[in-house]
Design a binder for this molecule. Sequence first.
Ligand code: ADP
Ligand code: MG
Length: 336
Amino acid sequence: MKRPLALSLAVLLLLSGCSSTEESTTIFAMDTVMTLTAYGSHAREGLSAAEAEINRLEKTLSVTREDSEVWAIDHSAGAPVTVGTDTAALLNAAAALGDRTGGALDVTLYPVVKAWGFTTGDYRIPDAEELADLLTRVDDHAVHMDGDTVTLPAGMELDFGALAKGYAGEQCASLLKEAGVTSAILNLGGNVQTVGAKPDGSPWRVAVQDPEGESEDYVGWLELTDEAAVTSGGYQRYFEENGVRYWHIIDPDTGAPARSGLLSATIVGKSGTACDGLSTGLFVLGPEKALDCWRQSDDFEAVLIGEDHTVQITAGLADRFTLREDSGYTLRIVEE
Ligand code: ADP
Ligand code: MG
């Protein structure tokens, strides 16, 4: 039995009444619904710039648009391709985050993601031989960058699906600030990017979804100021066959959906790109290795929800995460 694409927002916004002028826009881009909300007299102008930026990035980074830079790389048959600053920035970020996660984030997994049907919704379970063969074409260290020139070996394909929305959120936050906006919250399909605090000066409150609940159920909420929060979870996009659930986050070691003991990983930090890449990578790594990565880092905090119904939060969130009463989950604060 094949089920249709199940998509839900990973993070719900809890917006309480704000008195400052509020402007909001909802767009569909990067395969998801995005809601951008900004406050104050520069809100409209800031949102126009943000919306234009998202559309521009989609054109540049889309793996399916024949005029995108990613398409050019994926169809280069090993020839060098000249790229713009966004593609170059994402390739550099992906390489660094790939290394930080021990290869758990790998943007060259695209042939494997395609084989499972996650790109089209035409789901299937590739057999072990097919996966082993596809994995010979996966290795982000084989991507060669020289200035603004990228070379990808023939037969390989890359895709920024695991970090493009975080990058877009980060870029939009900069543009909003340039336009004079000091308070905004952007929800890019579960990738939340905040600008400043709420108009009344208090932190934004962003709910963390219950991975086993309905899309409106949440396990608790985070308080954020001028930072991003990004969730990756097995519940966001999946299909079921013979009672087994197969989701869209793949372990590069096996080529199969990552089963690491985590139901979701939410990453909080200043860089939306890093948060997005790490949310995918740490979901693949599982709780212990994810916390090892956190201990070696100083640019993010995490909320890791386990199959054992524990919610582990890293020390930096101790005063900024509240578990919902009756959530059914147990909270554990992880110290350094
Ligand atoms: P979403 O895009 O649903 O918010 P993620 O940021 O976790 O979630 O990105 C998942 C997407 O990234 C998948 O749909 C797939 O295209 C791609 N992907 C899956 N597994 C990996 C991985 N281990 N490394 C890099 N990209 C991946
Ligand atoms: Mg991600």
